[in-house]
Design a protein around this ligand. Structure first.
Ligand code: NG1
Ligand code: ZN
Length: 531
């Protein structure tokens, strides 16, 4: 059993406010000044998780991603770099809401017995944080939580979220046949840069990419990365002011660009430019450019998924190993035109899953090569062990096949297979555009997005909204879905769905239709039903 005096002494430093907390799709996330006790207790949970897994390294990332500077959050990372196992989210929630030290001790003991956790096992945890000023104190609170169970910890300081996932996987696979790389930011840079250089070897370089880093951790980290890339890629970083915390994600970053369908502040675009935006912890990316008539054109997660799927399918064919089956995973927020393009032009299977990366990742693992992206730019590509085996053992019967096989191998290394990663996704896109010598406009010609609108509706109680069919249909409140269907029918190419947000206290209404004005009207009418 645990040392209750030790727990009480440490817990006294991190008193719980009256709030109720929930570990959701984004971990715990809220105003930073409410997080101290939550993060202390998440430290205890991380130690338990590591002990349960025989001392395997668990990751902890302190970030609030695209949220304002005053927010912060925490997410735990499982040994292979994936999100914390779903069933442990409820333990995180319960522990964070315990009303006293006694309740906390009771809950820990109930976990120990029901999950058969051997407390004498070692616990190992690594920690990363973004650039938020509140991060340092929160790391200390987390470390106090680890002390309750004598866990060993290593603080990696400031990292992007995907770097923390990468390092976690490297540490847990070191010395095995699945070894993933050197467990450091430097190891990450070396691995990605080497693969990228192979992929663009001998190709004419593209014009410089203009990169908006949302004044977040992506800025110093991509700056650190650039020397490793040498002359293989030219990037002009903007919005890199991390010394003024209030500027974090302010009118900039992937979420701002995707939601508002407009360029960030601090970035001047001309029609020749190719631009991209990271979010505040560099796990999301969107691209954009300006048409000749100066209209803003967004290349979001759906466009990246289409580009990646097209490229991988061609490469697998060129390599002579089309036994490898590619599939794409989307959520209901994917633009209808992208789904059509994937199914009808690329002839690739497409699955639709509920919002949240863990659902996409899990589904993508069912394919030999699974491409998954949320429309907001969070996604990656996963290669199954058997696909990797095929790719690494194929030799090819012609020089052209050998070149394609070499590209596939490098592709599997440039892609961060643990989690959506803005750096790695950037290199994936730049690889494809370089190999094809495409401008963003050529990339954009694959299909034309249907006009779409996403609105938030504040309701009294969002928990009364219950969805099925990958969140595309409501079963409660009873009758609402029929009313939605009746309206949607009246719109050309109309599609609309309603679901409660998992990260904000709102209900989201998504609508798309043949024209901008029809889309706006559809969104407005469905919103009116929900309100
Ligand atoms: P919610 O708030 O559940 O819609 C949002 C995003 C998700 C995902 C999560 C986690 C939309 C419509 N929703 O979820 O895609 O990124 O946050 O951060 O963009
Ligand atoms: Zn993020």
């Amino acid at each position: 059993s645990i040392n209750v005096e030790n727990l009480s002494a440490l817990s006294a430093k991190h008193p719980k406010p009256a709030n109720t907390f929930t570990y959701g799709t984004a971990g715990f996330r809220m105003k930073a000044d409410l997080l101290d006790s939550v993060i202390f207790r998440t430290g205890i949970l991380a130690a338990l998780r590591s002990k349960k897994l025989d001392g395997k390294v668990i990751g902890c990332m302190i970030t609030a991603s695209h949220n304002p500077a005053a927010d912060n959050g925490v997410k735990l990372v499982d040994p292979m770099g994936e999100m914390l196992e779903g069933s442990w989210e409820a333990h995180a929630t319960a522990l964070s809401n315990a009303q006293s030290d006694e309740q906390m001790v009771d809950y820990i003991h109930s976990m120990v017995s029901s999950l058969k956790i051997d407390l004498t096992k070692p616990a190992n945890v690594i920690i990363g944080r973004d650039t938020r000023p509140s991060g340092v104190d929160l790391v200390n609170a987390f470390v106090d939580g680890l002390k309750v169970l004598d866990a060993k910890s290593t603080d990696y300081g400031i990292l992007t979220t995907p770097q923390l996932h990468y390092i976690t996987r490297c540490l847990n696979t070191a010395g095995t046949p699945e070894a993933y790389g050197e467990p450091s930011a430097e190891g990450y840079y070396k691995k990605l840069a080497a693969a990228f250089k192979t992929l663009v070897d001998g190709k004419t370089r593209l014009s410089p990419l203009i990169l908006d880093c949302a004044n977040g951790v992506g800025a110093p980290k991509f700056q650190e990365f650039l020397p490793y890339l040498g002359d293989s890629l030219s990037v002009k970083i903007v919005n890199d002011d991390i010394d003024n915390p209030s500027k974090l994600n302010l009118n900039s970053g992937a979420d701002y660009v995707k939601t508002g369908q407009r360029a960030p502040v601090g970035l001047k675009m001309t029609p020749q430019d190719r631009c991209a935006s990271f979010d505040g912890d560099a796990d999301r990316i969107v691209y954009y450019y300006q048409d000749e008539d100066s209209t803003f054109k967004l290349l979001d997660g759906d466009k990246i998924a289409g580009l990646a799927a097209m490229f991988i399918i061609d490469l697998v064919k060129a390599a002579g190993i089309d036994s490898i089956k590619v599939g794409v995973v989307q959520t209901a927020y994917a633009n209808g035109a992208s789904t059509q393009y994937l199914r009808n032009t690329l002839n690739v299977p497409v699955s639709c899953v509920p919002t949240g990366v863990k659902h996409l990742h899990h589904e993508a693992l069912k394919y030999d090569v699974g491409v998954y992206f949320e429309a907001n730019g969070h996604g990656t590509v996963v290669f199954s062990p058997s696909a990797l085996k095929t790719i690494y053992s194929a030799e090819g019967s012609s020089p052209a096949q050998a070149v394609a096989i070499r590209s596939l191998r490098a592709l599997s290394e440039v892609i961060n297979q643990t989690v959506g990663d803005a750096f790695s996704d950037l290199l994936l896109v730049e690889t494809i555009l370089t190999q094809r010598q495409w401008t963003p406009k050529v990339w954009d010609q694959a299909y034309t997005d249907l006009p779409n609108r996403l609105v938030k509706v504040v309701v009294q109680d969002r928990s009364i909204f219950k969805t099925v069919d990958a969140e595309r249909k409501l079963v409660e409140p009873v009758g609402l879905q029929d009313a939605i269907d009746a309206i949607v029918l009246k719109f050309r190419d109309g599609r609309s769905f309603v679901r409660p947000s998992g990260t904000e206290d709102v209900v989201r209404v998504y609508a798309e239709a043949a024209t901008r004005s029809e889309t706006d009207e559809l969104a407005h009418r469905i919103g009116g039903l929900v309100f």
